[in-house]
Design a protein around this ligand. Structure first.
Ligand code: NAD
Ligand code: ZN
Length: 249
């Protein structure tokens, strides 16, 4: 039996599947990952552009980085995001846990997305506490580094988790619960090196779930997975859904 067939069969038999995604799922949408070849850390210093300390020293450097990541790429969901949303519509996937901040799962139609690192949806002025919607900030960012319209401050902070900040406890708690409750845990596009990404598959396995990973490069955790596919998420995920749909006919 090939891997696609095995995963489709596992999904068919699953009562509660959970998908866990990282930067790799958005690569085919044009957003580069942080690590590895072509990763953003070859060009940017994470301490400067993605840590809370760097942001407090110089918020403009973060916004320059955000512009490259989110504006220049004009990212739209890809086939992998849509395939995962379809698995949720079929009632098999109950939650998507993501490390991404790009909101592409929601754009693709996923309803229950647990964003471990927050998202760009809301942006707060740290000085006068005014809150902006991403769409408003996005329009300004296309032309210049955004400032607060009320007080002129550059300290506009999106509700994302910077390095040096804790993860949102409620979301993390829900993600842990999903990992414990699920009978199938599917990782798509994560190197599984950052906490809690590295732990969640282990929690799922300890609680009896089957594990699947679809990732371009091998990861150190591959040996604990029941099915491992090394390839592009946008090519593999639609094939899995197609095979599953044949089985559900
Ligand atoms: P990572 O950068 O460590 O690793 C990405 C993994 O994706 C790699 O192992 C690579 O082999 C794999 N990959 C690359 N292209 C792929 C493809 N087409 N299909 C399947 N897999 C592919 O990413 P990470 O483990 O998610 O951790 C980095 C952190 O950076 C995360 O916390 C995330 O929040 C953040 N981040 C988010 C975005 C975003 O929102 N899109 C982008 C960059 C980084
Ligand atoms: Zn302000």
């Amino acid at each position: 039996m090939d891997e696609i067939e095995r995963i489709a069969e596992m999904l068919k038999n699953s009562k509660h599947a959970v998908v866990f995604t990282g930067a790799g799922i958005s690569v085919e949408s044009g957003i580069p990952p942080f690590r590895g070849k072509g990763g953003l850390w070859e060009k940017y210093d994470p301490e400067e552009v993605a840590s809370i300390y760097g942001f407090k020293r110089n918020p403009k450097a973060f916004w320059q980085f955000a512009k490259e990541l989110l504006i220049k790429t004009k990212a739209e969901p890809n086939k992998a995001h849509y395939a995962i949303a379809e698995l949720e519509r079929l009632g098999i996937v109950k939650a998507v846990i993501t490390q991404n901040i790009d909101m592409l799962h929601q754009k693709a139609g996923s309803r229950r997305a647990l964003e471990l690192h927050g998202s760009m949806e809301y942006v707060d002025c740290l000085d006068c506490k005014t809150t902006y919607k991403w769409e408003d900030v996005e329009e300004i960012l296309k032309k210049e580094i955004p400032r607060c319209k009320e007080c002129g401050s550059y300290y506009l902070k999106p509700r994302v988790v910077f390095f040096g900040e804790p993860l949102p406890r409620d979301v993390l708690g829900e993600a842990m619960n999903e990992a414990k409750m699920c009978d199938l845990f599917i990782v798509v596009g994560s190197s599984l090196v950052v906490y809690p990404a590295a732990h969640l598959p282990f929690i799922a396995k300890e609680n009896g779930a089957k594990l699947v990973i679809v990732n371009y490069d091998p990861t150190e955790s591959d040996p604990i997975f029941d099915v491992v596919i090394h390839g592009k998420a946008g090519e593999i995920m639609p094939k899995i859904v197609e095979r599953l749909n044949e089985k559900l006919k």
